[in-house]
Design a protein around this ligand. Structure first.
Ligand code: NAP
Length: 210
C-alpha cells in the first residue's frame, strides 16, 4: 500500500518502521522538513519525506501521528479542510488527554476522531493505534506470544478493512467496535489506561482477564 504519515515523532517512527518492513511504500511529512527527512532516512527503503500538502495525494491510507495540540494546524497544512483527504482512510491514533492525568480535553459529547473528521471533509476516519505505547509495534515478538487486540472504529467499511490490514502488519488483531460514534469510548479507555499508569498501577491488572 501507499501510506502517508503526518508527523515525525515516536509513533510515526514505530508504525512507519513496521509498515516499511511489511513492504508498504511510506511517505512522511510534518512541520519540520528536517525531521521528516531524518525520519525518512531512518525508515529506509523507498521512504520519502514530502511537504504535508503532498502527503495526502494518492495514498491508500494516511496516519495522523501528531500531538493533539498540532492536529488542526497539521490537517490545515495538508489541505484537509479543502478536501485533499476526500475518500482516503485517515487513521487517528491521537490522545487528546491532560498529560499525566488522562482526563479528555475534548467536549463532553464529542471525540478527537470526530473533530478530525470535521477538519478533513470526506476523509474516512478510523480511530486506531491510540491505546498501546509506540514501542509495542517494534519490539521483537516471540513464537507463542498472544497478539494484542487493537480496538478500532469507523464509518467506512473499506477504511476499516485497510486499517485492519495495517494492524495485522505490525502484529496486532483488529477488533472493530462500531462506527466513529464509538470513538469517545475508545478515547476514554486510553485516558483510563494513561491515568492508571501515571498513578503507578499496571493498567492490565485493572481489568478482568477472563
Ligand atoms: N508515543 C506513543 O506511545 C503513542 C501511543 C499511542 C498514541 N499516541 C498519540 O500519537 C500522537 C503522536 O504521538 P508521539 O508520541 O509520536 O508524539 P511525539 O513524538 O511528541 O511527536 C509529535 C509530533 O507532533 C508534531 N507536533 C507537535 N505539536 C505540533 C503543533 N502545534 N503543530 C504541528 N505539529 C505538531 C511534532 O512536530 P515537532 O517534532 O516539530 O514538534 C511531531 O511530529 C499523539 O496524539 C499521541 O497521543 C502516541
Amino acid at each position: 500500500m501507499r501510506i502517508g504519515i503526518l508527523g515525525t515523532g515516536t509513533l510515526a517512527e514505530a508504525l512507519g518502521t513496521g509498515w516499511v518492513r511489511a513492504g508498504h511504500e511510506v511517505v512522511v511529512g510534518g512541520r519540520s522538513p528536517g525531521k521528516a527527512q531524518a525520519l525518512a532516512d531512518r525508515l529506509g527503503g523507498a521512504t520519502r519525506a514530502l511537504p504535508p500538502q503532498e502527503i495526502a495525494h494518492g495514498r491508500d491510507a494516511v496516519l495522523l501521528a501528531v500531538a493533539w495540540a498540532g492536529v488542526e494546524d497539521t490537517l490545515r497544512s495538508a489541505g484537509a479542510p479543502d478536501g485533499t483527504l476526500d475518500g482516503t482512510p485517515l487513521i487517528d491514533p491521537t490522545n487528546a488527554v491532560e498529560h499525566g492525568v488522562g482526563v479528555l480535553l475534548t467536549e463532553p459529547h464529542g471525540s478527537a476522531a470526530q473533530r478530525v473528521a470535521a477538519l478533513a471533509p470526506g476523509a474516512h476516519v478510523v480511530k486506531a493505534f491510540h491505546l498501546f505505547p509506540a514501542q509495542r509495534w517494534t519490539q521483537p515478538r516471540e513464537a507463542g506470544d498472544t497478539p494484542v487486540t487493537v480496538a478500532v472504529c469507523g464509518d467506512d467499511a473499506d477504511a476499516l478493512r485497510v486499517t485492519g490490514r495495517l494492524v495485522r502488519d505490525v502484529g496486532g488483531v483488529p477488533a472493530v467496535l462500531g462506527p466513529l460514534g464509538r470513538a469517545r469510548q475508545l478515547e476514554e479507555a486510553a485516558g483510563f489506561v494513561i491515568g492508571l499508569a501515571f498513578a503507578g498501577f499496571d493498567p492490565v491488572s485493572a481489568v478482568p482477564s477472563g
